[in-house]
Design a protein around this ligand. Structure first.
Ligand code: DC
Length: 217
């Protein structure tokens, strides 16, 4: 049977991570959360107390990244996310991380029934050949509310107005950078999740993929 290749893109808080994880389980696909790659580089730089100016150091880290570097819980912190989005504007870092992603895809297509990646440039740059490209979006306030609630549920102190401003700033950087900006691929299926629960989004996309691929979840 033909391998299933799925690209998921969208801004933070759009639900893309949960969607990709669920689809990987349902369709038995190898899954890579590519945001973790940028976060891992940012985290290591922060640990080394390096400034963004040290792009050569960022590049060295990106070139030597190992799968186990993606498993650190501290990568989830907003401070790391914000630094990651700054590093993500470097073409050299992106090229090094693209190599990690293409290696992952090559292996996955040998060992698994298919592959799913989520990020910002998957449909446009990393998997332009993907059979399914889903671009999730939602308005800024809704996404900030989701993030604020998630932090509170995890017992982390959170101020909504700060979350909103951080997200606005990260959106601006991710959408306006020259290299691989966050933008739907021309052939992407764009879904606005502002008024949807995540389980509705998952059900909708599972039906969409099943109907068109013959794959069953
Ligand atoms: O998806 P995330 O929030 O974990 O991503 C963190 C940052 O990494 C994001 O703000 C921009 C960058 N990123 C990117 O530029 N390209 C990707 N494919 C994934 C993430």
């Amino acid at each position: 049977m033909k391998k299933l290749i799925v690209a998921i893109d969208g801004p933070s808080g759009s639900g893309k991570g949960v969607l990709a994880q669920k689809l990987s389980e349902i369709f038995h696909l190898a899954y890579l959360d590519t945001g973790l790659l940028y976060r891992a580089v940012a985290y290591k730089l922060l640990q080394n107390r390096s400034s963004l100016g040290k792009i050569t150091e960022a590049l060295k880290i990106a070139q030597n990244l190992k799968p186990e570097d993606l498993c650190i819980p501290a990568l989830r912190a907003d401070k790391v996310a914000s630094f990651a989005s700054k590093i993500a504007s470097s073409m050299d870092v992106r090229t090094a991380l693209l190599k990690f992603q293409t290696d992952f895809i090559k292996n996955a297509l040998i060992t698994d029934q298919g592959v799913i990646l989520d990020g910002r440039d998957i449909g446009t740059k990393v998997l332009p050949e993907a059979r399914f490209k889903i671009f999730l979006t939602a308005n800024l306030e809704v996404r900030a509310q989701r993030r604020h609630k998630e932090l509170q549920d995890r017992g982390i102190k959170s101020i909504y107005s700060d979350v909103l401003e951080d997200m606005r700033e990260r959106d601006r950087r991710d959408c306006e950078r020259d290299e691989s900006p966050l933008i739907p691929a021309q052939d992407a299926y764009v879904i606005d999740t502002s008024a949807m629960q995540i389980n509705e989004v998952v059900d909708h996309v599972v039906r969409y993929i099943s109907k068109r691929s013959g794959a069953t979840g």
